[in-house]
Ligand binder design. Structure first.
Ligand code: NOJ
Length: 515
């Protein structure tokens, strides 16, 4: 069963580099997050996911961890982070850290020890071949870098050697089975990292590449699932309130091995892409035809087919997390205008499960075309500094513009929190209205049943959550829906919506919630 506190939770994802800089060095910091807790709460977000904020050479923006137990000095100190947990909790905000269990930085002490020719406690912490030049199957590997005679397997970039959790069915003598003491030691070491942060007050983890642990795993991820079940057992005993959110995007598997929630992420041609942005994960230079665009030729069928199948299968086990975007994808403002964004968020935030809002999406920050930074490549454009106010560095930092982690949006109409605060109809205030409503109406929260009442191509989508009736018309033309509306009261609208006894007149790009 998922942690109870997730029942009415909306997450705010923070890329710490770019959120708010309090010491003028051009990089966001933990104290910056602390200063903005009131703002986060004002949005209606009551939980945070902070991207890795640990000591790192930052060749992959911190997903290359050098010390799991130490806050990167550029963000502050461990004490700052403990203070953040405490102050966030005082405001009713939970905090998830980012756990990277599949790999470390090549600069992690474990890896330095593991690379030594002399056998030692860490020799089997990573996956080393017994020969000096070859790897195995199609897992990338590095040869010629270590003192030790052997090559090592990678989990992602060149700087990220894969930790050793064993192979489901080893095929060569150097491939350890999952129950080898070295593979078990890796699992236990990661559990200790979790214990460390949980005992200092964090509320759980977003888990990076959660499916990647056991090598040569089968289709059902039998090996990797067994590890997560074991981790869950520990959590249930020692930290029963802790939540784990998987970067897996296969909730049928993830929610059966102890995860509270799993993200629905973009994958070439999948339903989420058709909903949010085609080719979302594959660069910014592709055409788009996604659902909320006024000129879209897509209906919601592809998304609903996949989503409802997952939802029906997992609704008693845990949650699916829908995101506005994240640090790995193109921002939704890239392909949607403000009216489309409002509809899109209204839809995402009224579905079951636990939604995530990526910092800056609440004001419609743009995706920027930028050279790569810290292994970001095309993702860099979604990682620029938060735009707080007009003026110097758009309120992100009082440091020098040249020192900023990434440049701020140079456009004269760059959206800011300050300007949107003034405007009742702004995207920012619309997000607040929707999230407020979600907190007020139990039927809009994580557990209330979802039913799709109508999703005929070219027509508005009509759905119910518990006793509420909802409709979205993403088209540029008004449309009527035949639906029983007697005895119902409209509690939320976007665009023009009118009720008649057995009809809803949905204006162009409109959204309605009826009680
Ligand atoms: C997924 C993370 O979201 C991404 O940013 C990172 O580069 C890879 N995992 C590797 O850790």
């Amino acid at each position: 069963m998922p942690a109870k506190w997730l029942k009415d939770t909306v997450f705010y994802e923070i890329y710490p580099q770019s959120f708010f800089d309090t010491n003028k060095d051009g990089i966001g910091d933990i104290n910056g997050i602390i200063e903005k807790l009131g703002y986060i709460k004002s949005l209606g977000c009551n939980a945070l996911w902070i991207n890795p904020c640990f000591d790192s050479p930052f060749k992959d923006a911190g997903y290359d961890v050098r010390d799991y137990r130490k806050v990167a000095p550029r963000y502050g100190t461990n004490n700052d982070l403990y203070r953040l947990f405490e102050l966030a909790h005082q405001k009713g905000i939970r905090v998830l850290l980012d756990l990277v269990p599949g790999h470390t930085s090549e600069e992690h002490d474990w890896f330095k020890m593991s690379s030594k020719a002399e056998p030692n406690e860490f020799s089997g912490r990573y996956i080393w071949t017994s020969n000096w030049i070859w790897g195995c199957r199609n897992i990338p590997y590095i040869a010629g870098e270590a003192e030790r005679s052997g090559t090592y397997l990678l989990n992602f970039f060149k700087c990220q050697p894969a930790l050793n959790y064993g192979f489901l069915k080893p095929e060569e003598p150097w491939q350890m089975p999952m129950d080898h003491p070295d593979a078990i030691a890796t699992r236990e070491a990661i559990k200790d990292v979790m214990r460390f942060w949980l005992s200092h007050g964090c509320d759980g983890f977003r888990v990076d590449m959660a499916a990647s642990l056991v090598k040569y795993d089968d289709e059902k991820k039998y090996g990797t699932s067994a590890i997560w079940c074991n981790v869950r057992e520990m959590l249930d005993k020692e930290f029963p309130e802790a939540a784990m959110v998987a970067e897996w995007s296969d909730p049928k598997l993830a929610l059966r091995c102890g995860y509270d929630a799993d993200f629905y992420l973009s994958n070439w041609g999948n339903g989420y892409e058709k909903l949010m942005r085609e080719y979302a994960g594959h660069g910014a230079d592709q055409p788009d035809n996604s659902y909320f665009r006024k000129d879209s030729a897509h209906d919601m069928t592809a998304f609903l087919k996949e989503y409802i199948d997952w939802y029906e299968d997992t609704k008693d086990k845990g949650y699916i997390s829908l995101i506005t975007c994240n640090h790995d994808t193109v921002r939704p403002r890239f392909n949607m205008d403000f009216s489309e964004l409002k509809l899109c968020y209204a839809f995402l935030f009224t579905l079951p499960g636990v939604p995530f809002l990526y910092y800056g999406d609440e004001i419609g920050m743009r995706y920027q075309q930028l050279p790569t930074k810290e292994g970001g490549y095309f993702r860099t454009g979604s990682r620029t500094p938060m735009q707080w106010a007009e003026g110097k560095n758009l309120g992100f930092s009082e440091g020098c513009a040249d020192a900023l982690y990434l440049p701020v949006d140079p456009a004269s109409d760059a959206p800011t929190v300050e300007s949107q605060e003034q405007d009742q109809a702004s995207l920012l205030n619309t997000v607040r209205r929707i999230l407020n409503l979600r907190h007020q109406e139990k039927d809009l929260q994580a557990d209330a049943a979802l039913k799709i009442l109508s999703a005929v191509p070219g027509r508005p989508v009509v759905y119910s959550r518990g006793g509420l009736l909802l409709a979205v018309n993403a088209a540029a033309e008004p449309m009527d829906i035949d639906v029983k509306t007697e005895d119902r009261q409209m509690i939320f609208t976007l665009g023009e919506v009118q009720v008649e006894s057995s009809k809803l007149h949905m204006g162009a790009q409109s959204f309605a919630v009826l009680k």
